[in-house]
Design a protein around this ligand. Structure first.
Ligand code: SF4
Ligand code: SF4
Length: 473
């Protein structure tokens, strides 16, 4: 069959699909109430693979806060103290430019990744999906059973069994939410700070305690009730999909060319889809993937496993639902490296290179020199003029740094008020005088350069203005 023929057939089959699903959201009923999704327990190769992947992910999540380099965590996002650590390297607000470029690089990476692989992140690596599907959902299946038992339990009037199962589940969910909140907070303020709650008590660490309570309640709310709505309603990344995906993006997709028209396997002229709804029953967001790419689909692959099992059962090849692009399905084309992808790759490579240069050349100490407010100049003995300056330094390293100041490009003196010893990971502020002979000054304002030296090596040059008396010509 030629490409045109397969495209015409694909268009015809696509038009046959009922489009009414586009008028509603799977989690909201016609009356506007919450449609609580009870997916069937998934099973299959991809589910097993995702489970193993998630175990590794969870081990990493619960271990990372304890990993330290020279007494400091490997990762920290302390927004309150404006201190950020990535792979053991400390970043301060002074590194804002690196942050901005890093964020831009990440954004382009996300775009490139999404254009190529759709929502692969959502299904395999997003913490929301991992915790929901691989932790909380598994516990729910364990306590309440599979879809049939869950529905039976829901319909049951409140008796001992229902109270025990529902209550027990909520208690376990709450305890887990509390545990996750502890670690989540550990990533923000450091796990040692969280530990102080136990050592020193709630009252001394009331801020930490309050944050812990808020996070616990938020996680409990999300995993016990809000669930897939976090992906459908709240997540901005999910909302971006419509803009980023194109017909070459690889997604979890139903091969409607092969599958339509749906019907019994015994009836002639039918496609491979036997309309068994196994793919719908396992979907955690309650959608029918046969309707095409939808905002709700988190690419969890549960429907692929479910359909593969049915295909095995009826003796058809697996992959009626699979990772594929629209062009793979409609035109039977192989996935290509499109111009759009190439362009994003070029931009991403340029950004990564720039970021690498910024990181390699990043100074250990940053300094800012300003003239002391309210001061002009002082006349000193020997026809000398002095100006008073403030210097503020940030030591981004984990060692004490001793700094010397020297005038660059001009002969003159610097008189320190204190020696500059900047403690590790801290700010340090002091003042110093710059002194010139009067005959060196030719203008009222002279631009000066001050070199900042550590162990005789210049680490930065700061500029400032030197004020002198008005020059009579
Ligand atoms: S449609 Fe399939 S891949 Fe998408 S969320 Fe539902 S089960 Fe997961
Ligand atoms: S599981 Fe496969 S065969 Fe069954 S309805 Fe879904 S796509 Fe059709």
């Amino acid at each position: 069959m030629s490409v045109q023929d397969s495209e015409t057939l694909a268009n015809y089959k696509r038009e046959m699909l009922d489009q009414s699903f586009r008028d509603s959201v799977s989690t909201i009923s016609k009356e506007g109430n919450r449609n609580y999704i009870h997916p069937q327990k998934p099973k299959g190769k991809l589910y097993n693979l995702r489970s193993y992947f998630s175990y590794g992910y969870l081990i990493l999540f619960f271990t990372l806060p304890f990993l330290k380099i020279s007494g400091e965590p490997v990762f920290l996002m302390n927004v309150l103290e404006r201190k950020f650590i990535f792979f053991g390297k400390i970043f301060w607000p002074q590194d804002f430019f690196i942050f901005a470029i890093g964020l831009l690089t990440f954004l382009v990476f996300v775009i490139l990744f999404t254009v190529a692989f759709g929502r692969l992140w959502c299904g395999w690596a997003c913490p929301q999906t991992i915790f929901m599907e691989m932790v909380f959902r598994k516990i729910e299946f364990f306590i309440e059973g599979d879809i049939a038992q869950q529905k039976k339990l829901k319909a049951m009037s409140w008796n001992g069994e229902k109270i025990l199962k529902k209550g027990g589940k909520l208690i376990v969910f709450f305890m887990l939410s509390f545990l996750i909140a502890n670690f989540f907070l550990g990533y923000i303020i450091g796990i040692d700070e969280v530990g102080k709650l136990v050592e020193e008590g709630i009252f001394i660490n009331f801020g930490t305690f309050s944050a812990l309570v808020v996070f616990t309640l938020v996680f409990f709310f999300i995993y016990s009730w809000f669930r897939e709505q976090a992906c459908i309603i709240v997540c901005p990344y999910g909302r971006l999909q419509g803009v980023l995906l194109d017909k070459n993006s690889i997604l979890v997709a139903y091969d409607y060319v092969r599958g339509e028209p749906r019907g019994k396997v015994t009836e002639q002229g039918n496609g491979d889809c036997v309309n068994c709804h196994a793919c719908v029953r396992v979907c955690p967001t309650g959608i029918d993937i046969r309707n095409g790419t939808q905002l709700e689909c988190v690419n969890c692959t549960a429907c692929i496993d479910a359909c593969n099992e049915i295909m095995d059962h009826i003796g058809k090849p697996q992959g009626l639902i699979r990772y594929a692009s629209e062009h793979n399905i409609a035109k039977k084309e192989k996935t290509t490296y499109t111009w759009r992808l190439k362009l994003y790759t070029i931009v991403l490579t340029a950004l990564i290179s720039f970021l690498a240069i910024l990181l390699i050349t990043r100074a250990d100490v940053s300094a800012r020199i300003i003239k002391t407010p309210g001061q002009t100049y002082q006349i000193k003995e020997g026809d000398k003029i002095s100006n008073l300056y403030n210097i503020k330094l940030a030591n981004k390293t984990r060692r004490l740094i001793h700094v010397d100041l020297k005038l660059e490009e001009m002969e003159g003196e610097i008189t320190m008020i204190n020696t500059i010893d900047v403690p590790k990971e801290s700010y340090f502020q002091t003042s110093f005088f710059v002194i010139f002979k009067k005959e060196q000054l030719h203008h009222r304002k002279t631009k000066i350069k001050v070199g900042i030296y550590e162990n005789g090596k210049r680490i930065q040059t700061a500029t400032a203005s030197f004020l002198g008396p008005v020059i009579q010509k």
